[in-house]
Design a protein around this ligand. Sequence first.
Ligand SMILES: *[C@@H]1O[C@H](CO)[C@@H](O)[C@H](O)[C@H]1NC(C)=O
Ligand SMILES: *[C@@H]1O[C@H](CO)[C@@H](O)[C@H](O)[C@H]1NC(C)=O
Length: 314
Amino acid sequence: MKMNPWTLSVLLLLAGPLGADPVWHVEYPDSFCVVEGSTATIPCSFTHPAGQRVERVVWCPNHEICSGTTPNVYNSSNVWDDSRFLYLGDRVRNCTLKIIKTVKQDAATYRFRFETNGDKYTGRKGVRVTVTVVKNVRLTVSSTNGEDVKVRSSVTDNVVKEGGQVTLTCTSACSFHQLDVHWYRNGHALPETSPALQLSCLTNDDAGNYTCSLDSSGQKTSAPWCLVVVEDEEKSGWRVTVSVVSVLLAVILLLLAGLVFAKRRHAQKKASVVNQKQEAASEEVSYSTVHFKPSSSRSAPGPEHEIVYSEVVR
Ligand SMILES: *[C@@H]1O[C@H](CO)[C@@H](O)[C@H](O)[C@H]1NC(C)=O
Ligand SMILES: *[C@@H]1O[C@H](CO)[C@@H](O)[C@H](O)[C@H]1NC(C)=O
């Protein structure tokens, strides 16, 4: 079959630059910072041509292709039970690696290799893991450099209103994504293990001293961050306003009711007097408001002219 040059160049473009097969690939961060003694999870994913089955996966330090008998930290065909390196990935596309209780000697460039029933591939770029030594501020009175574990909060001061929310973040020299963090309130361990502790619908029970720690033994612990929960002044002020207004309304309503009642009785008395005078008018008419004209304003007062009805309701 003869190909025209255009088709050929399109095919070359699809194949990727310089003939790199885009289908075989391992993706991990260039470098990863881990605090000594802490637990870190290195994110990793891989791809391979469709239809191939992954038979073996390997993670190894400081070797270009993790081949043969190269020392490794994880080998799916020979898993070491008490290893501090846990493979959280699978044999499909995830090659995430967890390092537990990192020691200084873990600092290395790690590479991921996978072998299928067709071929094998190693992510040559690798992920450079650095191990940072962090001081325990409990043991250090003056902490001036940035190597300490710290609690940072989403609020500017320590005082948060009841029902409000605050996010506490545990930080250190390393970026803290993918790290296991231990949280404590007044020295008691909390269940959360993510670097960000989210507290919402705050009540007085949430108040106290918060610390975070990068290892379960309580080393690498931050200085306490004190949370004060106060009653929402706006809400309580609003409550006072509402109760004052309702008392006033009730008083006004009572006064009005009294006034109306008094007027009614007065009107009824007058009406009965009128009824007695106008025996013929026996229609059922109720008068809601009655005005009485002073008798002096009329020169010829008759019983039927004495009263002017401003409103008549049937
Ligand atoms: C890979 O597995 C880890 C651990 O189970 C998980 O946290 C992560 O989200 C997975 N990554 C992908 C891309 O699926
Ligand atoms: C929090 O710590 C401060 C001093 O750092 C202390 O005065 C306070 O009593 C502590 N609060 C609680 C609830 O432990």
